[in-house]
Design a protein around this ligand. Structure first.
Ligand code: NAD
Length: 426
């Protein structure tokens, strides 16, 4: 019985991640005095699909995984959002991330709604053929929801360009012709965009540079601490170092490395690539993840999983800026503590929106079958982010509020206007 409860428990929305997303929404909704009818609609997903994903394992047995795809809102256009492969994936977590995607796309002015997907699995423990079969069957199970005009998945934690290639191929095999626009974050060989892989990290760096300028902090005297050294963390580290910031500590799930004089990030990336771990990197001392978050630095960048800055450690973080590379890394309690302490938080929906912005560029290129140069991608990304940052900054000054609340007010306002203009069906 307990086993069944545990199994069915993965389909409830009532999780800490969903409560956090909802609390952030309510806070901003109160500030803009959101129409109560719309508030009721936006508190819950528009559509949510739970799927069983049976996979033939290498030993011949069949194992059924839990998968999800949630579309939070599609008022502005087709929904967009990543697919996460992780053992802690639940419907509630995916639904929370889908809601964040709605706000993120609206905030930076993309013609998209928000979605997210996931499969409860440990990708590192699966062989490559098992991972391919899992990805293909998951894609087939969610195929009633996805498509280039309906809902467009992308990579997230535990998935990458290869996963997207398998998803694109599975969908294309079903319809009988190549449909590159069904996913973004694909390899460039099948319609991926130049600059997509590093886009989230690049966007984080652009928003940090905007904030450093506003706060009159010099880039050259700044230090950074980064939690997570996957796609987002590693690219952020590399691009921040190129901009002149000294990266004093980085970590992955196995632990971190620290050097107050600054790490040589190119060397760290080489080390991680060859050994699949940061451990053993010669010019640094090991540090556990909890301690890493409390190191003194100009900017702290959580770029791993959610709920890392909590009521328990927020009073001990020693940064001037917290840039949310990960989605939902700060709990509500921690958010209040950081606000009281005057630490500037660049919220996830702004800081890490570079990924979905370049995903949008990829989708546009796929639909037009005309591909842009990498410099054009960088220029357009910077343009969108500096406009979004300016809008949020000005709103935060006008409304005397923090950057998260201002970002959410702006985003929810846009979604609300779209709903009011479209009206209620039937
Ligand atoms: P990834 O799988 O490439 O990397 C995740 C990294 O976090 C890995 O280095 C892993 O070892 C590390 N990690 C896991 N648990 C950890 C822990 N407890 N402590 C320290 N490190 C830990 O994933 P990613 O694509 O880099 O995504 C990271 C975060 O950024 C997620 O929250 C994701 O939702 C968010 N995000 C990703 C993108 C994107 O384009 N990939 C876009 C926007 C937001």
């Amino acid at each position: 019985m307990r086993e069944l409860e545990a199994e069915l428990g993965v389909t409830t929305l009532d999780t800490s991640g969903y409560r956090l997303a909802l609390a952030q929404f309510e806070r901003a909704a109160d500030r803009i005095d959101l129409d109560p009818n719309l508030r009721g609609r936006l508190r819950v997903p528009q559509r949510a699909l739970a799927v069983g994903v049976p996979v033939r394992m290498d030993d011949g047995s069949v194992r059924t995984f839990h998968g999800f795809r949630v579309q939070h809102d599609t008022a502005l256009g087709p929904s967009k959002g990543g697919v996460r492969f992780h053992p802690a994936v639940t419907m509630g977590e995916v639904a929370a991330l889908a809601m964040l995607m709605t706000w993120k796309c609206a905030l930076v002015g993309l013609p998209y709604g928000g979605a997210k997907g996931g499969v409860r699995c440990a990708p590192g423990a699966l062989s490559r053929p098992e991972l391919q079969r899992l990805t293909r069957r998951y894609t087939a199970e969610i195929s009633p929801l996805i498509g280039p005009e309906r809902d467009i998945p992308a990579p997230d934690v535990g998935t990458d360009a290869q996963t997207m290639a398998w998803m694109m191929d599975t969908y294309s095999q079903q319809v009988g012709y190549a449909v590159p626009g069904v996913v973004t974050g694909k390899p460039v060989s099948i319609g991926g965009s130049l600059g997509r892989e590093e886009a989230t990290g690049r966007g984080i760096v652009y928003t940090i540079l905007e904030l450093l300028g506003r706060l009159n902090i010099s880039v050259a005297s700044s230090t950074a601490v980064i939690q997570g050294f996957g796609n987002v963390g590693a690219h952020t580290a590399r691009l921040l170092a190129t901009a002149g910031v000294s990266i004093v500590a980085v970590s992955d799930s196995k632990g971190g490395i620290h050097n107050p004089q600054g790490l040589n990030i190119d060397e760290v990336i080489r080390h991680k690539k060859s050994r699949h771990t940061l451990q053993g990197y010669p010019e640094a001392t090991p540090i556990v993840n909890e301690d890493l978050l409390e190191l003194p630095c100009t900017m702290l960048i959580p770029a791993a999983l959610g709920e890392q800055i909590t009521g328990a450690n927020a009073s001990r973080v020693q940064c001037r800026i917290l840039a949310e590379g990960a989605n939902g890394p700060t709990t509500m309690e921690a958010d209040q503590i950081l606000r009281d302490r005057g630490i500037a938080v660049i919220p996830d929906i702004l800081a890490n929106s570079g990924g979905v912005i370049v995903s949008y560029f990829e989708w546009v290129q796929d639909l037009q079958k005309y591909f842009w140069k990498e410099t054009e991608i960088h220029t357009r990304l910077r343009d969108i982010l500096s406009t979004a940052f300016r809008t949020v900054w000005d709103l935060s000054l006008r409304e005397k509020t923090d950057l998260r609340t201002a970002s959410m007010m702006q985003a929810i306002g846009r979604i609300a206007q779209a709903h009011l203009d479209r009206g209620l069906y039937p």
